[in-house]
Structure formats: C-alpha cells, structure tokens
Ligand binder design. Sequence first.
Ligand code: XBP
Ligand code: MG
Length: 253
Amino acid sequence: MALEALIFDVDGTLANTERDGHLVAFNLAFEELGLDWVWSNELYHELLDVTGGQLRIKHYLKKYNPDFTHDDLDNFVASIHALKTKIYVRLMDEGAVPLRPGVERLFHEARAKGLRLAIATTTTPANVDALIANTLGREALDWFEVIGAGDVVPNLKPAGDIYHWVLKQMNLDPNNAIAFEDSHNGIVSAADANLKTLITINEYTESHTFDGAMVILNNLGEPNKPFTMIAGDSADATYVNVDYLRELHAKHC
Ligand code: XBP
Ligand code: MG
C-alpha cells in the first residue's frame, strides 16, 4: 500500500487555535451579548471534551451554569455561536494565531511530492478558511482536495463521520493515507474510519490517551528545531518530512 494522502485536523493540530482563537472569541461574544459568563483557560480545558462550539456552550450551561434558562435555547445558542464565529474570523484576520512548527514546510513538501491533501475537522467552515487564508494565503485553500468541516456530517468527532465523509469524497482507501490529530476525540474519529494517525500534542491534550497512534510527538519539528518523540519507535528523523511519513506508513498501514 502506497502513501497517497495526508488528512489534517485543524484546531490544535495546524495551529493552537483553541487557546488563542476560539476561547478568546467565545468570551468576547459572551461579553458583547451582556452575558456574565467568563470561561477561564482551566474551564475551557474541560469544556474541550465536547467538540463543536454550540454543543460546548450547551454542555457548559448544563454542567456549570444550570440556573440559566431561556425559552428558545437552541436558537439562543446558535446566535451566540454565530457571533463567536464572526469574532473568531476577525481575530484570524488580525493574525492572532500562527501555524504550528513544521506545518507549512510539510504542506509544501507534500505538494511537491504529489501527495493529496485534505482537511477533516469539526469546526465551522468559515474558521478554516480564515486560518488558512491568513497564514498561508487565500490561494492555499486550493491545496486541499477536500475540506470537510462542521455540519456536513450529522455527528462530530469522536464519531468517525467526518473522516468517512472525506475519504468518500476523495475516493480514497484509508490504507493509503495518514491522519494528523492532536486529541483523543480526534484519533478515535480517525480510527473509526480505519486511518492510522500521527499525533502532535498541545497543552490541552498532553494528558490524553492515544491508543493506536503510530507516533506521538510534541510537534512536527523543523530542520533546526527537532521534534520530541513522546511515544513511538525511535527513528533517524528529527522532523516530520515525507520520507519519514512513508517509513511510518509502511510500518503501520
Ligand atoms: C475542534 C472543535 C471545535 C472548535 C470550535 O475540534 O471541537 O468545536 O473548538 O469551533 P477538532 P466551532 O480539532 O477535533 O476538529 O465553534 O466552530 O465549533
Ligand atoms: Mg483538534
């Protein structure tokens, strides 16, 4: 089985968007709407167990603010979330969040070597556009054969729906691809679609379990800034490049 494609999660994998983008945007939206809800970094860490912004707000209300009531909660939460998305896009336009180490380098090399690229995320499509356009340039959106985001599928991660959807759009056998994820929910989702996964952890996910991961790294690394391997076979590589991915793929897929 040859390696043909790389499928990337977005939040926490391409960039640390949760802390510097989503969390900031949620709090600004609450403030703008006159709500006295303030999510601390610690609270957000817990709330991240629930994927999808609207479901996360509902989870927050149920668990941490049970006295709050509203006649039409679904619409109210949808309106908060719409404002949060607007604010998030503005933050990205202001250049709030850079890509994580190695991400841009790997995209360029993978493209040069003919690998197919795709995205599989539970975030809102406008957020993906804003991150990519503001870090790599708007034309980089065309680097991805498929961008699977948000509610194109009924169930968000950890359900496998989004990875199944992306594989179907690409007419791709999971054995010919690698997924890139940062979280437990992410790897569970990818595994449901029979994809092997490379994990780069971050501050919110370093204590997660990643059963079945090919390798767990602190980040993808750069030639002058090696990755730290947290779990996985030792390798000669010090940063993730296409040769290293082919080696991992041959071993695991
Ligand atoms: C991302 C998410 C999203 C974002 C917020 O998970 O769970 O909900 O936190 O974006 P993953 P929205 O990295 O696994 O894709 O508010 O647009 O949902
Ligand atoms: Mg993620």
